[in-house]
Write a protein that binds this ligand. Structure first.
Ligand code: AMP
Length: 366
């Protein structure tokens, strides 16, 4: 470990955050009670994180002079999105510790590297094949059982850049339809439910995993996360152990989100990891209300080099994303007993835009 990797912040120091969306906003909010300042850098002048951060910079991620000034003003850099351009991360890492580190970004930015890393780490994943031409799709689809999902290797999210392939006909020009970009074909997973694990690893190597959340999507966007998930204790322990292994194998520092498919009873392998996000995760917003230390505080502690907090849960909970006009009912939600409302302060509501979330607690000890 180099001395820069081991840097420990003290109260009053500043955490630089790349990205000014709601995740950056919630990180900045979590840093404040720990006496840490935040400096958010984002190209969007309307960034929701700006109004709660100590300082902000409006600049492109490729603006090296802005990055130099940012790096000299902060004690560590973290980020709220995994698509931080490689050169940006490298430029900053030469000047200030970047946590999570370059390995985590490289693995999560490219689905092929991600699946390859997971498989080599002994983590079960769906069968997959690299695809660079139309001609490769049909034979790979056959090898993977005749049904698969073709995904762009980079920059896909919320189901964008994906095509479901069910037949040789579907396969014919599938790669061209995706824009002929480097792609991966994954075997279709007949999952029973989708779950996720939020885990954290500190600079000292301590790893803490939160309870497993069960996630329901609507129109490819996360709608609810419910904890506990409807899976048995053994599977839940297996899922958490996988997240811990991933943190350890990456030498990770910070919070990570691990998305997992659960297959029906009788399947030879009941859980498969779908993807990892090297950041706080939407399916971990429930920790804000149901745990003593939220994923946001945990991430701040980790990147500051501070001891991790407890990941224990004191309540059962369902987190619901408020998408588009759903947030207009803020007054009704405020009136609900047991509901905690969190709005992101976005100026404009648009269909499909995450405007806030609500945590509904079911206290274990009322
Ligand atoms: P992703 O962008 O990889 O998170 O995929 C978005 C959604 O597509 C997931 O949450 C799943 O519901 C579905 N999906 C992704 N990959 C697969 C797969 N290999 N088999 C079945 N469903 C999938």
């Amino acid at each position: 470990m180099t001395s820069s990797n081991a840097r420990i912040l003290k109260p009053g120091d500043t955490i630089g955050i790349l990205g000014g969306g709601q995740l950056g906003r919630m990180l900045a909010l979590a840093a404040a009670p720990l006496g840490l300042k935040t400096h958010v850098l984002c190209p969007d002048p309307e960034s929701p994180a700006f109004e709660v951060a100590s300082t902000h910079t409006i600049a492109g991620y490729d603006d090296t002079s802005a990055l130099d000034i940012f790096a000299s003003a902060v004690d560590v850099v973290t980020y709220e999105f995994e698509n931080v351009p490689g050169p940006t991360a490298a430029h900053l890492a030469a000047r200030v510790p970047v946590r999570p580190g370059a390995d985590a970004l490289a693995v999560s930015q490219d689905r092929l590297s991600e699946k390859t890393f997971l498989r080599e780490a002994g983590i079960p994943v769906a069968g997959f094949a690299a695809i660079d031409t139309d001609a490769e799709v049909a034979p790979a689809l056959e090898r993977l059982g005749g049904k698969g999902i073709l995904k762009t290797r980079r920059l896909g999210y919320d189901g964008k850049g994906q095509a479901l392939l069910r037949s040789v006909t579907d396969a014919r020009d599938a790669h061209s339809r995706l824009g002929r970009v480097p792609a991966i074909l994954e075997a279709f997973v007949p999952f029973e439910r989708e779950v996720s694990v939020i885990a954290a690893r500190g600079v000292d190597g301590t790893v803490r995993a939160y309870d497993v959340a069960e996630n329901v999507h609507r129109d490819h966007i996360l709608k609810t996360s419910t904890v506990p998930a409807g899976i048995d204790a053994e599977l839940a322990a297996e899922a958490r152990a996988m997240a811990e292994t991933i943190c350890e194998k990456l030498g990770y520092v910070g919070v990570i989100g691990v998305e997992i498919f659960v297959l029906p009873e009788g399947a030879p392998q009941r859980i498969l990891v779908n993807e990892v996000a090297p950041r706080v995760h939407n399916s971990g917003h429930w920790t804000e209300a149901a745990c003593q230390v939220s994923q946001f505080e945990q991430h701040i502690r980790a990147v500051a080099g501070w001891p991790l907090g407890s990941a224990e849960r004191h309540s059962d909970v369902t987190m619901e994303n408020l998408i588009g006009a759903e947030a207009d009912d803020w007054a009704g939600i405020l009136a609900e007993p047991g509901a905690s409302l969190h709005l992101y302060g976005k100026a404009e509501s648009r269909p499909g835009r995450k405007m806030g979330h609500v945590n509904r607690l079911r206290l274990l000890r009322p």
